[in-house]
Design a protein around this ligand. Structure first.
Ligand code: NAP
Length: 161
């Protein structure tokens, strides 16, 4: 099964200058909790924005560059390899926009952190047929000194056709 996990602002933006536009440690903690112990799939640019593979997870990086080798992550060139893996295990697709676009017709579950603020950005979450998904849970985040925006963790599941 494929799960998308991401955070977006009110306008649906997700990135700026190959990083996140906001500082929201509660969301990073949520991301860690959801993905630890699982396989994560990211585009080459998002891998570079992390600067390294994320610990305690199988890291798969999608790239079209046949020569790309990474010291701490598996490089995959074909979407089909990820789909094959997702037949037998939970795969977390962690962005960025190009990679969400690539798997939007195959994704079963969406974990989206909605941030109630707007940020300067150059990358947005792609178009998705939201009519094919239903909200199954919503947990309000706690604003505090370190998490200075309203936010909530949403889970959506694909509605059977
Ligand atoms: N807010 C969030 O939750 C969140 C999550 C993740 C990322 N982000 C942000 O999103 C931005 C990056 O997103 P992005 O869309 O620019 O880049 P991206 O999706 O991370 O990576 C794009 C790269 O993926 C590879 N790729 C794309 N399609 C492919 C295919 N069909 N087959 C094989 N490889 C493929 C290519 O790598 P090569 O060029 O090597 O061929 C391409 O340049 C950053 O700002 C990041 O911080 C935000």
């Amino acid at each position: 099964m494929i799960t998308f996990i991401w955070a977006q602002d009110e306008a649906g933006n997700i990135g700026k200058d190959n990083t996140m536009p906001w500082h929201l440690p509660a969301d990073l903690a949520y991301f860690k909790k959801q993905t630890t112990g699982h396989t994560i799939v990211v585009g080459r640019k998002t891998y570079e924005s992390f600067g390294r593979a994320l610990p305690n997870r199988r890291n798969i990086v999608l790239s079209r560059d046949p020569d790309l080798q990474l010291p701490d992550a598996e490089v995959v060139h074909d979407k089909a390899d990820v789909l094959k893996l997702a037949e037998t295990e939970d795969v977390f697709v962690c962005g960025g926009a190009e990679i969400y676009r690539l798997f939007r017709d195959q994704v079963s579950r969406l974990l989206v952190t909605k941030i109630g603020a707007s940020f300067e950005a150059d990358t947005a979450f792609p178009e998705l047929d939201w009519s094919k998904f239903r909200e199954v849970s919503r947990i309000e985040g706690q604003e505090d000194d370190k998490n200075r925006y309203p936010f909530a963790f949403y889970t959506y599941e694909r509605v059977d056709d």
